[in-house]
Ligand binder design. Sequence first.
Ligand code: BEZ
Length: 217
Amino acid sequence: MEQEVINTMMPRIGDIAPDFKAVTTKGPIQFSNFAKDKWVVMFSHPADFTPVCTTEMSGFAERKSEFDALNAELLGLSIDSIHSHLAWVNNVKEKTGVYFDFPIIADIDMKVSKLYGMLQPNESETAAVRAVFFIDPSKKIRLIMYYPLNVGRNMNEILRVLEALQVADKYKVALPLNWVKGDKVIVPPPKTLDEMNARIADNSLEKVDFYLAKKSL
Ligand code: BEZ
């Protein structure tokens, strides 16, 4: 079957997040000036007034205080008008009491979706996929998730990786499989024979071998 190939470069981990201007439910933004000195969790959803998206957006709203605690701003996006966004936010508030108290980009011209590889035409030509970009305070993209239209994301995982990125930066460590806050962390493996011998002699670490050693923070 013929597949549509798009000729745009998708942002990658380590890239500086492409700058853009956008209209949001909290007013216009220039991304390079948005959330100065904070992390940004920027996420797209396929469409307003759809069921999976409503559960996901409600999940972001209900756990916003945990993003605040991690110095992270939320920034939603879909290829819908600002009027649709406002009506949806109001509808969900009226029906469930959950208020989407973070900016949602009205990307009706698809500019931002295309810039961030959120429009994946073999999944949908008109709706953004479920993307999540984790962007650090220097505006570098640190982690990217893409989910299809029919599978909702996992809020525990979104918060877990945000915290993992911050812990990795702060303590210069790496995080093992299924790491959650409080678990031991991986100390960087030695790079020289001297470091290797020091690691072998170090009894303060939980070691499988010199290259796989963990410690508590
Ligand atoms: C949903 O959010 O339920 C949805 C949106 C677009 C396509 C399929 C499902």
